[in-house]
Design a protein around this ligand. Structure first.
Ligand SMILES: C[S@@+](CC[C@H](N)C(=O)[O-])C[C@H]1O[C@@H](n2cnc3c(N)ncnc32)[C@H](O)[C@@H]1O
Length: 187
């Protein structure tokens, strides 16, 4: 872990979640968590009365995250090894993070993710998306030709309203960069 990542997960990431409105004691799902660059700071932010589910289809990255969670002695994270399906009950989660994930998925699979997110979120719960690799931000994979406004539109069409579009300094892989955080509310 480089010093930028360490600083992010220990301090700056916790502040980031405070700034975007994450509250103590919330239940969070980090969809596509990989090694936990967002899982760990959000777990610190919600505190011991909150809970974070860390979901990824890749069991190898979850093993790495488990080691880091042990190292930091964090007790409020549960791990889920699933592809797209979210094995949680309906209306149970306050906030779902989907950061740097949707470029992996074609439109049909993105829609399947949004439907699962909708089902699991509490009424008026939040869906926070960090879209990366769309047309104007290092384009690649399934979002290479997709505009930010089209990403917003497809999520709105899945039953969400856009609350905030925030330009933030945040971690991408192992480096800080500038990106948009889209915060939606389940309608
Ligand atoms: C680029 S990483 C981003 C990790 C983390 N959210 C971050 O921003 O640091 C994307 C992760 O999403 C996972 N992923 C992609 N599509 C998924 C799906 N449909 N279901 C579960 N995990 C998925 C990948 O395995 C990968 O670990």
């Amino acid at each position: 872990m480089n010093s930028e990542v360490r600083r992010w997960i220990e301090k700056d990431g916790v502040e980031f979640f405070k700034e975007i409105g994450v509250k103590k004691s919330w239940t969070i799902l980090d969809f596509g968590c990989r090694e936990g660059h967002y899982t760990i700071p959000v777990a610190k932010r919600v505190g011991k009365n909150g809970k974070v589910y860390a979901l990824d289809k890749d069991s190898g990255v979850l093993d790495k995250l488990k080691a880091t969670v042990r190292q930091y002695n964090i007790k409020n994270i549960e791990f889920i090894n699933e592809d797209t399906k979210i094995p949680l009950n309906d209306n149970t989660v306050d906030l779902i993070l989907c950061y740097d994930v949707i470029h992996y998925e074609d439109k049909r699979h993105r829609r399947a993710i949004y439907m699962e997110v909708y089902r699991v979120l509490k009424e008026k719960g939040f869906f926070s998306v960090y879209p990366k690799h769309y047309k104007n931000d290092y384009p690649s994979d399934e979002l290479a030709d997709v505009e930010l406004e089209d990403i917003i539109k497809e999520i709105v069409e899945s039953g969400f309203s856009l609350e905030h579009k925030l330009s933030k300094g945040l971690l991408h892989d192992d480096n800080l960069n500038q990106g948009y955080i889209l915060n939606f509310r389940r309608c």
